[in-house]
Design a protein around this ligand. Structure first.
Ligand code: NAP
Ligand code: HSE
Length: 434
């Protein structure tokens, strides 16, 4: 039997998932491929930590050298997360000629230029299927299955934690905090959950997808990002009344000869659109290519089992790569100086908006607000004002607008928020009529 040794760096949610999958299905992989993947070492931070697995003696180590210096370990899976020390471990493994698999979107979106360069230089296989979309094979779909297409756009729900929170808030009336706690307990969130909530994890993921789809490295720093930290249940409910669902969407689009739009922000989408039905820790990717047309990929975007499934798919690709010794064929994204000239700034993009003002309940308020909107050429499509309050207090006024430039809306809201009758910062959510 041809065994291939593997090392895992990190034995948290994903590391344990990979271990359990191989415990159960390594023979199945052997039947299908002729190669038997065997875990030889697992790197952890803390050896004394209680693990609910009966692991063979000597499997765990805290010394990366035991993996780096072992020529009998050709495949290493980095499942630690974060930039340091994960990035250095990945680079060192590549330089040692090992095939590397990572689930770490942060290192690819923030240091992909360095990592892809080393992978090319050392002719190593670098697999990162698990870095985006959990168990959904989105990376191989873009890199291989859609290679003949000019990709026009990718619209996705790419973060399980935030989608879980938004679903639970609306469907079960959980508070933001309660929903987050559940997502953490289920192993969906990042070690630092603010990466999920602030939209950064989604930005890491769309940076990777756009880089693959458009062939140039678009680092995280070039993605416009807003998270869901300011979304209230009230907004989810108002949106629903207007026939929309609020989702944290990641968006990348490149028109012919046009500039690239790349961003992450909460978005109102029509509730009858297929993406609106993506609940809990599910993710979905709606991709448009010039020949394939529209395609949709849907599945579990976070969690132990689906993510392990994606890591294993890369392990098998790495085994194939080792056995045929083929040269890397599909190129990694190229690094472009002056990236700014390719990217459309958010201020220049036109959106429809959902806007919620908090204002005192007295005559003339609406006309003051709409006067300022008019001054910046923002036209109102519909308005809802919640009825008079018995006690004096502020009331929500919700508007949907027609399309207008982001920079105009920003100026208008800045002016409106200074009105004496406005009692709290105005909330805006962009609308995408997919
Ligand atoms: P996790 O549960 O926090 O596990 C991290 C593991 O890394 C722990 O076992 C920890 O060791 C180990 N570790 C931390 N620092 C280390 C160091 N300096 N040296 C050696 N080991 C170290 O993380 P996770 O949820 O499995 O996520 C791992 C990666 O997969 C991240 O990049 C994440 O973004 C990505 N990912 C996660 C999911 C998901 O659903 N969770 C889905 C897709 C991708 P100890 O056990 O000793 O503390
Ligand atoms: N924290 C990530 C999420 C894990 O919630 O989607 C999967 O990448």
């Amino acid at each position: 039997m041809k065994e291939i040794n593997i090392a895992i760096l990190g034995f948290g949610t994903v590391g344990r998932g990979v271990y359990e999958l191989l415990e159960k299905n390594a023979s199945l992989i052997y039947q299908k491929t002729g190669f038997y993947p065997r875990i030889k070492k697992i790197l952890v931070k803390d050896l004394s930590k209680k693990r609910n697995k009966n692991l063979p003696n000597n499997l765990l180590t805290t010394h990366i050298e035991e993996i780096l210096e072992d020529d009998d370990i050709p495949i290493v899976c980095e499942l630690i997360g974060g930039i340091n020390p994960a990035k250095e471990f990945v680079l060192e493994c590549l330089r040692k000629g090992k095939q590397v698999i990572t689930a770490n979107k942060a290192i690819l979106a923030e240091c992909g230029d360095e990592i892809w360069k080393e992978a090319s230089k050392y002719r190593s296989y670098l697999g990162f299927e698990a870095s985006v979309g959990g168990g959904i094979p989105i990376i191989k779909t873009i890199k291989e299955a859609l290679i003949g297409n000019k990709i026009k756009s990718i619209v996705g729900i790419v973060n399980g934690t935030t989608n879980y929170i938004l679903t639970k808030m609306l469907e079960n009336q959980l508070s933001f905090k309660e929903a987050l706690k559940e997502a953490q307990a289920k192993g969906y969130s990042e070690a630092d959950p603010s990466l999920d909530i602030k939209g950064w994890d989604s930005a890491h993921k769309i940076s990777i997808l756009a880089s693959l789809a458009f062939g140039i490295y678009i680092p995280f720093s070039k993605v416009y990002v807003e998270g869901i930290e300011n979304i209230d249940l009230l907004d989810l409910k108002f949106a629903k009344d207007f026939g929309y669902m609020v989702k944290l969407l990641a968006f990348a689009q490149k028109e012919d000869r046009g500039k690239l739009e790349i961003r992450v922000h909460p978005t109102l989408i029509p509730e009858n659109h297929v993406l609106a039905s993506v609940r809990l820790n599910y993710n979905a990717f709606y991709i448009t290519g010039d020949f394939v047309g529209d395609i949709l990929l849907y599945g579990l975007g976070a969690g132990k089992e689906p993510t392990a499934s994606a890591v294993i798919s890369d392990i098998v690709s790495a085994m194939e790569y080792l056995s045929f010794k083929k040269e890397p064929f599909i190129k990694y994204p190229v690094v472009e100086e002056n990236l700014e000239k390719f990217i459309k700034p958010i201020e220049e993009v036109e959106f429809k908006y959902y806007i919620r003002f908090s204002a005192v309940d007295k005559p003339g308020v609406l006309s003051k607000i709409s006067g300022i909107l008019g001054k910046y050429e923002i036209s109102i499509a519909s308005v809802v004002q919640i009825g008079r309050q018995k006690k004096k207090g502020s009331v929500p006024i919700v508007m949907l607008t027609h399309e207008s430039k982001e920079k105009n809306l920003k100026k208008a809201l800045k002016e409106i928020d200074q009105l004496e009758v406005v009692t709290a910062l105005t909330k805006k959510i962009r609308i995408l009529d997919l």
